[in-house]
Design a protein around this ligand. Structure first.
Ligand SMILES: C[S@@+](CC[C@H](N)C(=O)[O-])C[C@H]1O[C@@H](n2cnc3c(N)ncnc32)[C@H](O)[C@@H]1O
Length: 394
């Protein structure tokens, strides 16, 4: 399996990956540092989080008082609704609870709540979690969990990878605050990009270089370098937090060099001594790296989707994305007639793909896949976000 974890996990319908405590703590701290009352008097729902596994539940229960929470609700998915190779044996904690019920233990989800001191130690923490079986299996799309969503102020989780799109629409239709984990590529989904453009969703503080390490109860096969047997962690690339909670990094402008300085001093060989290529089908320049955005370019610029990790809405305006579904943005200047795709082995096929991206005209034939339209040759760059400097707006 290639190491683009979330997409592969999605294909394999393997959703059992658990977030590490330190990643949750680091992310939530970024929101608290920006607004110390972000969680104060709020009801937080963790809708895909078995507390016996979930560090989300542990984090919020443990920090209940420091964050000033009103109520914590954490629900989990029934063991029998999970894939066959996931351990189904109830934990000792469940077996020894007075409410243990053998049939419900596998068929029903569970709900854990925390809102008061039950242990009598005058503090509210993980010891005070109360639980019972849900009526159903805990599917976040069920009426039962929907009601909990509507009761909550903030919904936080690492949702099932195979259901990311459903989860996101479930949470955005509720108009609640949220912090969820997903694959960076979700930025190119029509519904996700629309929210980003309207400043209703952005990337959170983030994982180090987009690499996340999750634990898993299964022993499936992974490609070399993906699973670390010593830590038991599985590495996923391109992972991001998607949120509508504000944080400080989002308001820090990216330090940039002018176009002339980039050409003189850029650390990227694609830019140094070369400059920026113009697209053939958008009135924009290709900026292949976020740190190469020229500070003084007044027009439209195409940047990689990872730009969003550095995006400050005060510094830039997002105008569109180079996807066919975004053509209504009016930024595309040209639609190509039928094209011939020439792959690296020289094979030719008729395609319409060149229209689903930004194209750059090439004079000499590249070593990579390229496209022929009449006598002209083009390469297509990956999905690009089309941005402009705010300060340079007319
Ligand atoms: C990626 S894991 C993350 C678990 C936990 N949030 C964490 O980060 O540690 C997603 C969890 O969602 C559960 N799940 C899968 N489908 C679900 C559904 N339809 N409703 C609720 N939970 C579901 C999976 O069983 C899995 O435990």
């Amino acid at each position: 399996m290639a190491n683009d974890g979330l997409a592969d996990a999605k294909k394999a319908k393997n959703d059992e990956f658990y977030t590490q405590y330190k990643d949750i703590e680091k992310e939530m701290t970024a929101y608290v540092e920006f607004n110390k009352d972000v969680f104060r008097n709020k009801t937080v729902l963790l809708p895909c989080d078995d507390p016996e596994w979930s560090n989300f539940t542990k984090y919020f229960a443990q920090n209940f008082e420091t964050l000033g929470l009103k109520k914590l609700i954490s629900t989990s998915y029934a063991p029998n609704s999970k894939p066959a190779d996931i351990p189904k044996q109830p934990t000792l904690f469940e077996l020894e609870s007075p409410q243990f019920d053998e049939s419900k233990a596998v068929e029903n989800g569970k709900i854990f709540t925390l809102s008061r001191d039950t242990s009598g130690d005058n503090r509210i923490d993980v010891e005070d979690l109360e639980w019972q079986y849900l009526e159903g299996d805990g599917d976040f799309q069920s009426e039962e969990i929907r009601k909990l969503r509507d009761e909550a102020d903030i919904v936080i989780t690492n949702p099932p990878f195979s259901l990311f799109r459903n989860f996101l629409s479930w949470i955005t239709e509720s108009k609640k605050e949220f912090v969820i984990i997903g694959n960076m590529n979700a930025i190119t989904y029509k519904e996700v990009f629309a929210l980003i453009k309207q400043n209703q969703l952005w990337l959170g503080n983030g994982f180090q270089s987009g690499n996340a390490y999750f634990s898993s109860p299964t022993t499936r096969e992974y490609a070399t370098g993906v699973f670390d047997a010593t830590t038991g962690l599985v590495k996923f690339r391109n992972v991001a937090w998607f949120t509508n909670l504000d944080h400080g990094r989002r308001h820090m402008p990216l330090p940039l060099m002018s176009e002339a300085d980039n050409i003189k001093f850029s650390k990227h060989k694609e830019v140094k001594g070369i400059g920026y290529k113009k697209y053939d089908n958008y009135d924009a320049i290709e900026v292949p790296f976020t740190d190469s955005i020229p500070s003084d370019y007044p027009g439209l610029m195409g940047v990689p989707i990872s730009f969003l990790d550095k995006y400050s809405p005060e510094q830039f305006e997002i105008l569109g994305i180079t996807k066919t579904w975004n053509d209504e943005s009016g930024l595309k200047t040209k639609i190509y007639p039928t094209q011939v795709q020439v792959s690296t082995d020289g094979k030719e096929s008729q395609v319409g793909k060149l229209n689903d991206g930004a194209a750059i005209k090439v004079s000499s034939l590249p070593n990579s896949t390229y496209y022929k339209v009449g006598n002209e040759s083009f390469i297509q760059v990956y999905a690009r976000i089309l941005i402009k400097h705010r300060s340079q707006e007319a």
